[in-house]
Design a protein. Structure first.
Length: 279
């Protein structure tokens, strides 16, 4: 049997929620395997998760907590090496989705060989679509003024989605639930491991676009996300979360957009101004 699709769930001190999700999806026919990657939790998650292990469910542990990107790259390489799955569904622990949606992802990927990634509309806990459904890879100027307040409103990066259609090509989607082509993901070296948290989705979208691959957003179906459970467990302070986000944005500007020193200075100015308001 061809190993078509594996589900990968990254865990950090979130065993209870991971176990709930795995119990819900374990019998989904679309998955050949479900791989839980414990990202060096500081609690007893890894031991607790062992109760999930079965012929279909595998629990592994990273060799260090190198952040979100590192953990997901580690899991993807494991899936490639052990199962050679054609596709990986990357799922946050705190999401709800149907087997039908993932089967549609796989079917669409099979029909469109240029696709590297596919996702669907994200709903919040109140079943309402979130604000940032998808966005374009920003220019240096757009990224620099992202924290400027009023000025940024004149340069929106979020996509205008045409809901009269069932799907739309986009650059970047949220990382809570997405399916990617394993080989294409590894071809672009997956997530940037210099980014500990935040900014990974934009970087991945950029890398796929540079290679000529496409990303697709399903507009007439959705999944639910109870936002930011793991993030709040790992980094509770809002100011600390922002500092990590800003570091990732500056790294993206330098490394991928090759931004000028003027644009980097502008970005730092607005970032510092925002952080000062929090203190």
């Amino acid at each position: 049997m061809i190993d078509t699709c594996s589900c990968m769930i990254l865990n950090y001190n979130d065993a209870k929620i991971v176990k709930k999700l795995v119990t819900e999806i374990e019998n989904y026919p679309v998955f050949n395997h479900i791989v839980v990657v414990d990202n060096c939790s500081t609690d007893d998650s890894y031991a607790d998760l062992q109760s999930l292990v079965s012929e279909k469910v595998i629990v592994i542990k990273t060799d260090k907590n190198g952040g979100y990107g590192y953990g997901n790259n580690f899991g993807t390489r494991y899936i490639k090496e052990h199962f050679n799955s054609k596709y990986v569904l990357l799922s946050n622990p705190d999401v709800v989705f149907s087997n039908d949606l993932i089967q549609r992802f796989v079917r669409t990927m099979e029909q469109q060989p240029q696709l590297a990634l596919i996702s669907a509309i994200q709903h919040d806990i109140n079943n309402q679509p979130i604000h940032d459904l998808s966005w374009k890879v920003p220019t240096s100027f757009e990224y620099a003024i992202l924290n400027s307040g009023k000025l940024a409103r004149f340069f929106p990066t979020n996509d205008v989605l045409d809901f009269s259609k069932s799907e739309q090509y986009v650059d970047c989607v949220p990382g809570a639930l997405l399916l990617y082509d394993t080989d294409k993901f590894l071809e672009v070296d997956g997530y940037d491991e210099e980014m500990f948290l935040f900014g990974e989705e934009t970087t991945l979208g950029f890398k796929f676009k540079e290679k000529g691959y496409k990303s697709l957003l399903i507009l007439d179906d959705y999944y639910k996300h109870e936002h930011s459970v793991s993030i709040n467990k790992s980094i509770s302070q809002k100011s600390k979360q922002l500092e990590i986000l800003y570091h990732s944005r500056l790294l993206f500007m330098k490394k991928y957009l090759k931004s000028s020193s003027l644009m980097l200075a502008l970005a730092r100015f607005f970032q510092k101004r925002t952080l000062r308001k929090l203190h």
